[in-house]
Design a binder for this molecule. Structure first.
Ligand code: DON
Length: 347
């Protein structure tokens, strides 16, 4: 057995420090260079198509392309369009799930909705049947429509305005500014969301929703219509990357202890049917929305968001996936990619 000298301890601690160094310690220019490179590489890419099952989304300019990275020290790196707001859509599901966890603990989500991939489309009704009848319990997650509508129904407050007020305040605290609803998107989706109404009613029938499924579906529709730009989304992601503390306002928005469970569900189901492929390529917990946004979180290092409305067949923004993967890989963002400690590295 070798004697463990003090200098060995020193080497070991230096190695650990090097591995855990926050991104802020890297050159700011390196981060900005990665953002700029992805922006110019994908600026002209025309693949994908706007969502059109919500009529207002088909009208959004497909050329909108904005990138933002926010680090835990509050530095913001951007490229492209940061002004245009798109509807947050399914990215909202992360934050409503986080609100329920913050109010009632992560196990409430696990025991009521589940934390497993459904392997089906985000608005699948078959997934409800499968979760209930064949698997005998909550075998879905809060990032597909049935689970998300159930999560919205679980937000405390009872009355519509109280529940909605706490959802909007929670999202705004993550973003660090007062967010508002894009009323045209809300109206357009409210007029065409019969499928989500069917999901809400079925979730009530099977006991996932306790009462008033209509209110849950309406508030869910409203939360999906919240307007965000790329910087807002990156700030929300960075708050998750920073243990629930907004890096700019310094507000502890959610309990630090519940953030790992939020990220776990994002890693499992954040990009729907393509979550596995995404995790394979990047290792990052992430969430997409049919408005064209994607957020991703490198814990302790950065939050990143890209907005670009054209989607692939799975419903995920084409350019956002590519740009986030490039930037994160350039910055060593994959949390699974540990470096060996110097003292144990192969000679
Ligand atoms: O409920 C819906 O269909 C939309 N409000 C949200 C769907 C969504 O963003 C799925 N994302 N990839």
């Amino acid at each position: 057995m070798p004697v463990f000298h003090t200098h060995m301890l020193l080497v070991a601690s230096v190695a650990v420090t090097a591995v855990a160094a926050p991104l802020a310690a890297q050159q700011s220019t390196q981060v900005q260079a990665a953002v700029d490179a992805a922006y110019s590489k994908y600026k002209g890419l025309k693949e994908g198509k706007n969502a059109d099952y919500i009529p207002a989304l088909a009208k959004v300019d497909p050329d909108v392309f904005g990138i933002a990275v926010v680090t835990p020290d509050g530095k913001v790196y951007t490229a492209g369009d940061l002004k245009t707001q798109v509807s947050i859509q399914s990215i909202s599901k992360v934050f409503t799930m986080a609100l329920v966890m913050n109010q009632q603990g992560p196990d409430k989500i696990l025991n009521t909705i589940g934390a497993d991939a459904t392997g089906m489309r985000f608005n699948s009704i078959v997934s409800i049947e499968q979760s209930q009848k064949m698997l005998g319990g909550p075998e879905m997650n809060a990032l597909v429509n049935p689970g998300a509508i159930a999560a919205t129904s679980m937000v405390q407050g009872g009355k519509y305005d109280v529940v909605w007020g706490s959802i909007l305040k929670f999202y705004s605290d993550f973003a660090g500014r007062d967010l508002t609803v894009l009323e045209d998107v809300f109206k357009s989706e409210a007029e065409t969301n019969q499928r989500n109404q069917a999901i809400g009613a079925l979730m009530l029938a099977y006991g996932y929703i306790k009462d008033n499924w209509q209110q849950a579906v309406d508030i869910y529709t409203r939360q999906c219509a919240v307007g965000v730009n790329a910087k807002d989304l990156a700030m929300m992601a960075a708050t998750l990357a920073n243990a629930g503390v907004n890096p700019v306002t310094k507000k502890q928005v959610m309990k630090a202890q519940d953030v790992p469970e939020v990220l776990a569900v994002m890693a499992t189901a954040g990009l729907y049917d393509d979550s596995g492929k995404w995790l394979f390529r990047t290792g990052l917990p992430a969430k997409s929305g049919v408005g064209g946004g994607i957020i991703a979180v490198s814990p302790g290092k950065f939050g990143i968001a890209v907005i670009s409305p054209p989607l692939d067949d799975a419903g995920n923004s084409v350019r956002a996936q590519k740009a986030i993967a490039d930037i994160s890989n350039a910055l060593g963002g994959n949390p699974y990619a540990a470096k060996p400690a110097l003292s144990t590295a192969a000679k």
